[in-house]
Design a protein around this ligand. Structure first.
Ligand code: NOJ
Length: 757
């Protein structure tokens, strides 16, 4: 059974082995203290400054004045870290500038957004989370770390663990979905994948928990927008994944662009000092988000950049990413008595400790090894791992009459759609150093799978976003689409089956890509309807970075496979699933609404005072759409079928310190070997504070052979059943608890138990 505590235990062993244990820790402390004693105030402030590189490190020195100034600052020890310097050669050159020129030769730490791969792309994080498999998450991050570290990098700005409930927000593609427990388990696994067992190994990199905090709660799903979240939701939904990775030893945190209840997160002592560094005892350092110190002024919470620097450092932001606020002003602020020098010492100390753990003081160039870079990056092994992760990430949403898997002997296949031969979109947003158009397209993947046995009739059908709606909401076609659509209809007519690849462009989601409408863009629905009319069997393959509203397709397609943006090996991995070389086992980690207007939509909502249909209008509902999701959290089909027996618990009444032992038999009643994610939800129906209708608290992903039955056991104790008060106090209360066991958040069986004093 996957319990967060078990995963954390693994990390704690590592941490006690390599840091807490007297020896190493005291060596580290001693080294850092000795270094600190030699440093001037300016040099300490320099460590707190991060710049992006906007010049070619290996080329001639930059000519423009601001770049030239930055070079001089690196040489003078005024820069602690660079982001966006990539490649063994470039990082070597940049490191040399700092190490050979600055007075104390303190190495730089190189950071980069390695979100789902460096050059070999694994699926986007939202997809990878759908595997519901910490080991898959670990492998995917380890692959990214291996390649990034071979390119001279020490530190990634990942994982993002913002719990995202609003599909309009483009950054849902970067997270684990809508559930705080699942996000905790998978984020811890991702941190383990990046950081490994020992940060000083050349194939591991430091991770960064972001964005602290509540960034995903931007009003109306518009990126960078205001966040006004109650402390109850903050403590129970937004913070738990951050606490989990802090406990697991994540090296760094990044704060967020948003204000939260009036205070910019970057300037929030409550979040950074009281909770993170106080209550959670986090020993790493906090970096601002890009320019977020400067943005304190735009938010209207600081008078000018100097004031913003003062607020940020007091709040606990240790490193300034690209605001250029700390370098010019912190010394002055200390001299004026506005900032206590101890805060600068604390920040510098935290930063130097990570450099020590990475082994940079032993050898500042050890990651910048061109031989290793050539050998490791985009290797066969990396591609195979990316394909494996991709297969696990796909979610089978519909499969009428067991249409899938398809036979490889099928005579003719119409492969249609704007994404059918797209080699770029599957790479997703946040693609680091991957090469444009380098993904295996679906067309290529299918060709690889069927060889010359099947005739593939390919037609694009339409562009992703050509064609617009006029003021009457009618689609106005682009000329190119009219022709493409005719070709697509012809291709479908002469084929035995249609595979239709629809969805989003890869840059429709990601940072700054919020949408007010999450339906398919352009004339894609028209293409679907035209093909549908031909009465052929249709398999819809979706590629997208967020949940999309597809009620008509859900109603009338024969099969639907959600493949997200599956990375470099996308086409091969999709073909593995379509033709049965891999039995899909992914489950949604985010609800699919019928309509955009349902956003934010999430399974673990409150009950409201009027939850039931009263037959009149005075109950909590929409008059033009259901309340429920089209596809709920936890949902996903398999080529085989599973039957659940009656779940049972060891007792009806428990003392507060006892754990519930829950058992359920699950049987594979179909013809294929397959994996099932057995899910356990709880509900506290009468608590001091109203609780959600359901909350995921445990799951296990188990493989079953055809006909095989297994009894699955779960143990739930107060850490699973309790919750946080609006003040952040953990509460576990007596009374009834409902337990829900099943295959997704909707189809579950219910049991009830009692806890007494
Ligand atoms: C802004 C993004 O919000 C953050 O996630 C990212 O790491 C930084 N830019 C650096 O690129």
């Amino acid at each position: 059974m996957i319990k967060l505590e078990q995963i954390l235990a693994g990390c704690l062993i590592f941490f006690s082995a390599c840091t807490n244990k007297g020896d190493m820790k005291s060596k580290e402390d001693q080294f850092v203290e000795e270094l600190m004693a030699k440093m001037t105030l300016e040099e300490k402030i320099g460590q707190m400054n991060q710049y992006t590189s906007h010049w070619e490190m290996t080329g001639p020195a930059p000519k423009n004045a601001s770049s030239q100034k930055r070079l001089e600052e690196i040489k003078a020890g005024g820069v602690g870290s660079m982001l966006n310097v990539v490649g063994a050669k470039a990082t070597y050159e940049a490191q040399k500038l700092a190490v050979e020129n600055s007075r104390l030769g303190i190495p730089l730490i190189f950071a980069y957004d390695v979100i789902h791969g460096y050059k070999t792309m694994a699926p986007i994080p939202l997809a990878e989370a759908c595997a519901w498999d910490p080991e898959i998450s670990r492998i995917s991050s380890q692959l990214a770390a291996r390649e990034a570290s071979a390119a001279g990098l020490h530190w990634t700005f990942a994982p993002m663990m913002d719990v995202g409930r609003d599909a309009r927000w483009g950054r849902v593609m970067e997270g684990c979905g809508e559930d705080p427990y699942l996000a905790s388990v998978l984020s811890v696994a991702r941190v383990k994948g990046f950081q490994g067992e020992n940060l000083s190994k050349e194939n591991t990199i430091a991770a960064c928990a972001k964005h602290f905090a509540a960034y995903a709660f931007a009003e109306a799903g518009r990126d960078y927008n205001t966040v006004d979240i109650g402390t109850y939701t903050l403590h129970n939904i937004a913070l738990p994944p951050f606490k989990a990775v802090a406990d697991a030893g994540v090296s760094t945190f990044m704060n967020a662009f948003n204000i939260i209840n009036g205070t910019p997160a970057t300037a929030s002592p409550y979040l950074q000092r009281e909770i993170l560094k106080g209550k959670w005892n986090f020993e790493g350092y906090v970096i601002s988000d890009w320019g977020s110190i400067e943005e304190i002024v735009s938010h209207g919470a600081a008078e000018d950049l100097k004031h913003a620097a003062e607020l940020a450092v007091k709040a606990g932001s240790d490193m300034d990413m690209e605001s250029s606020a700390y370098l010019p002003y912190l010394k002055e602020l200390v001299e004026e008595g506005k900032v206590d020098e101890a805060l600068i010492d604390d920040a510098a100390r935290r930063i130097l400790k990570l450099k020590y753990r990475l082994g940079l003081f032993d050898d500042p160039y050890k990651y910048s090894n061109e031989e290793r870079e050539k050998e490791i990056i985009y290797s066969k092994e990396s591609r195979e791992q990316a394909r494996e992760v991709a297969r696990h990430s796909m979610v089978l949403l519909k499969n009428n009459d067991q249409l899938l898997p398809l036979s490889k002997d099928i005579k003719s296949i119409a492969l249609i759609g704007p994404l059918a031969n797209d080699k770029n979109s599957p790479l997703g947003s946040w693609r680091a150093q991957t090469v444009k158009n380098s993904a295996v397209s679906l067309l290529e993947g299918i060709q690889n799978a069927v060889g010359s046995t099947s005739k593939i009739n390919f037609a694009k059908g339409c562009d992703l976003a050509l064609g617009e709606r006029n003021f009457l909401d009618e689609l106005v076609y682009a000329e190119a689409d009219v022709q493409e659509m005719a070709k697509a209809v012809a291709a479908a007519k002469k084929s035995d089956i249609v595979i239709l690849a629809l969805g989003e462009d890869c840059f429709q989601s990601g940072e700054g890509r919020s949408q007010t409408d999450i339906r398919l863009k352009g004339v894609q629905m028209d293409l679907y309807n035209k093909i549908r009319k031909l009465n052929k069997k249709i398999v819809v393959v979706l590629m997208n970075g967020r949940p999309i509203a597809i009620p008509e397709i859900a109603e009338s397609a024969d099969a639907i496979l959600e493949t997200w943006f599956a990375g470099s090996e996308a086409g091969n991995a999709i073909a593995d699933v379509l033709f049965g070389d891999f039995n899909p086992s992914g489950k949604l980690t985010t609800s699919f609404p019928y309509a955009t207007g349902q956003c934010p939509i999430y399974y673990n909502h409150m009950n409201t005072g009027r939850p039931n249909n009263t037959g009149n209008v005075f109950w909590s509902h929409y008059t033009d759409a259901p309340n429920e999701a089209l596809y709920p959290f936890g949902y996903g089909l398999s080529y085989t079928s599973f039957e659940y027996g009656q779940a049972n618990v060891d007792k009806q009444t428990y003392k507060m310190n006892e754990a519930i032992q829950l058992k359920v038999k699950v049987k594979n009643t179909g013809k294929f070997t397959g994996e099932e994610v057995v899910q356990v939800y709880i509900q506290d129906p009468a608590a001091s504070y109203a609780r959600p209708v359901k909350e995921l608290k445990a799951f296990q992903k188990i493989s079953f052979k055809p006909g095989e039955e297994k009894e699955i056991e779960f143990s739930l104790d107060q850490s699973d059943l309790g919750y946080y008060s609006p003040d952040g106090e953990f509460l576990f209360e007596t009374g009834t608890y409902h337990l829900y066991v099943g295959t997704n958040s909707r189809y579950v069986q219910k049991l009830s138990v009692k806890f007494i004093d």
